[in-house]
Design a protein around this ligand. Sequence first.
Ligand code: ASP
Ligand code: CP
Length: 323
Amino acid sequence: MRHLLSAADLDRDAALRVLDTAEQMAATQQREIKKLPTLRGRTVVNLFFEDSTRTRISFEAAAKRLSADVINFSAKGSSVSKGESLKDTALTLEAMGADAVVVRHGASGGAHRLATSGWINGSVVNAGDGTHEHPTQALLDAFTMRHHLVGQREPGAATGEDLAGRKVTIVGDVLHSRVARSNVLLLHTLGAEVTLVAPPTLLPVGVQTWPCATSYDLDSALEGADAVMMLRVQVERMNAAYFPSAREYSRRYGLDARRLRLMAEHTIVMHPGPMNRGLEISADAADSARSTIVEQVSNGVSVRMAVLYLLLAGSDDVDGGTA
Ligand code: ASP
Ligand code: CP
């Protein structure tokens, strides 16, 4: 694999390879000294044209724990504000010798453009392109589900297993969510059954062709779910009114204490973050014992270590880098 642009780039074997490598990475992160020499001498550039907290810092932590050099670039405060193009920005980064470019861009297809342009030679990792995809989020979500729904919680316990037959309900602003699209693709590859729940206005045109079911009724879609993933209402991408009011949205599509009680005991509550507390998820749900929201963030570091390792280290071993 040269780039990671879409969850569809991963077949079942490739997805399991990432998840299993992430288990090994997670095990190394239990040690007192967390840093591995694996990517010594390599340079990872974080190229962020859109805001990020989790993705940017976890890619940075992942690259640093593998001993790579990291260059962080955010469009805000850069020469992009003087009108510099993606091409010239990319050529500048190439001149710094980037082995991997982790890119978040507001345009759907931004990462693909960078990977196929010839402007840079390194690997491109899509860290979110418009409303299209966010493959490493889907990988960390699958990693989290595997821990809770398949193996034990210890690192390595679920190695080799997929998510066959697990039922995942994804709720909310599917229309603007790259997280939903990447999750549907990856979860389908891993054998899970996905139901998307949203008001009709927040389901994309053509969703019938996605490998999942759809529903407008949250209460019934909670029944039998093993994982319930709430999506952020992406106000910054909305140019029209998609629902009558915030109150009405919460009543019909928000996860609250009443709905928590409808779920089976083992069902986990997920959210990619950042959350609109009180809109798509109440504080009771976000902070409940079944919430994996904080764990998803820590799993993000292990999964991103695995992705960088598999893209950049070739056949070197996880621990040493020169075996
Ligand atoms: N942080 C995720 C993303 O960038 C989800 C969200 O922003 O709602 O796609
Ligand atoms: N989940 C996620 O991508 O978060 P950030 O937008 O903060 O990176």
